[in-house]
Design a protein around this ligand. Structure first.
Ligand SMILES: *Cc1c(COP(=O)(O)O)cnc(C)c1O
Length: 370
């Protein structure tokens, strides 16, 4: 069976001969957790220098065969994306802004000297996987299918230069509600010993190595009794950048005249698609939205004075996560009463309503797959 990812890229479809038994899958979908069980299929494409993308395949989810000298294992040319497929309340299935993921994947690839996956082929590969594994999309509040496109360098070679062979893969995993017991604020630890990204580095790319470099700081945050690490800028060590793998928003004031501040994209922040979507939603809801730098001192002072009323983090996996308490070597503080603020909940609900097709999508964000 052959399909197409784009005009010049045929997709060979080899349906899995063995799929997870429906009863077992139902048990997984009942309580999916995150990133533990994968669907029956995956998409794979090869890239060879001089030849381009080839051998596009939709086939059974299976282990890879890699040469031990494959470049990715030594020098880390690896990038990824994360997006979700949702059951629509009126029936059907949709993903959220997959074109934005495709564009960002292209920018990440360029930064890591990797080949670009054509954006239409990226979206078509995601669609093909979601379509064949649609029975894996859990139903129920806030449940979804998490989709992980990624690319690795596979050339068997220990020389240091961009590889001449790559593998682009798309896998998927059912995801449960991030907060099964209701939205709970997290506590954060401001990392003063480690930085996530420096000017000129790879902070703007969704590169696997950024995550490897972040784990020790996250471990330190946990040792300090906090849920998450907050990154500050590498140069002045003053400005708040991100929380773990999520972007941050700060609410100044309250009610319809509140202002939302989010750290500007200086080149060391990951440009989140959730961040971008929330800027639009908040603006359309009548709030003033400002992209600027905000220091830890300003955060603490405004929270202490009460002019800063809410802080939340956002990203595809957890949607919106309120921040309740902040721990730093220079002094701890609590945001308002440490609970979840009304604007946090309002924007969270609006975004989920769009993603699940409960309100009309006026912005062309919802991408119908079936
Ligand atoms: C993926 C990611 C985000 C969030 O991006 P979304 O597109 O909103 O999911 C934020 N920060 C980092 C470091 C990330 O890797």
């Amino acid at each position: 069976m052959t399909d197409r990812l784009s005009a010049d890229l045929p997709l060979t479809v080899e349906p899995a001969r063995r799929r997870m038994h429906a009863g077992e899958r139902a048990r997984v979908l009942d309580s999916p957790g995150f990133g533990q069980v994968f669907t029956d299929h995956m998409v794979s494409l090869r890239w060879v220098k001089g030849q381009g993308w080839c051998e596009a395949r939709l086939s059974a989810y299976a282990p890879l065969t890699l040469d031990p000298s494959a470049t990715v294992l030594h020098y880390g040319q690896a990038i990824f994306e994360g997006l979700k497929a949702y059951h629509q309340d009126e029936g059907g299935i949709a993903t959220f802004r997959p074109d934005a993921n495709a564009r960002r994947f292209g920018r990440s690839a360029a930064r890591m000297a990797m080949p670009a996956v054509p954006e239409d082929a990226f979206v078509a590969a995601v669609d093909a996987l979601v379509d064949i594994d649609r029975d894996w999309i859990p139903t129920g509040a806030e449940k979804s299918l998490y989709i992980r496109p990624f690319m690795i360098a596979t050339e068997a070679f220990l020389g240091v230069r961009p590889a001449t062979r790559y593998l682009f893969l798309v896998i998927a995993s059912p995801a449960g509600a991030y907060f099964p017991q209701g939205v709970e604020p997290v506590s954060v630890y401001i990392s003063e010993d480690y930085v996530r990204a420096a000017p000129g580095g790879t902070g703007e790319a969704k590169a696997a190595g950024n995550y490897a470099a972040s784990l020790l700081a996250q471990q330190q945050a946990a040792e300090e009794g906090c849920d998450q690490v907050v990154w500050i800028d590498a140069v002045e060590r003053r400005y708040v950048e991100e929380m773990g793998g999520m972007n941050l928003f700060f609410v100044l004031g309250s009610g319809p005249h509140a202002e939302l501040v989010t750290p500007e994209l200086t080149g060391t922040l990951l440009p989140g698609i959730t961040r971008d979507s929330l800027i639009t939603l908040a603006h359309d809801a009548g709030y003033r939205v400002t992209e600027r730098r905000l220091s830890v001192d300003e955060w603490r002072d405004a929270a202490t004075r009460g002019t800063l009323t809410e802080t939340f983090a956002c990203g595809t996996a957890a949607v919106i996560t309120p921040v309740g308490h902040v721990q730093a070597k220079t002094g701890d503080f609590t945001i308002a009463d440490g609970g979840t603020g009304p604007i946090t909940l309002q924007l969270r609900q609006q975004l989920l309503d769009i993603q699940h097709g409960r309100v009309v999508d006026t912005r062309g964000w919802v991408h119908r797959v079936a």
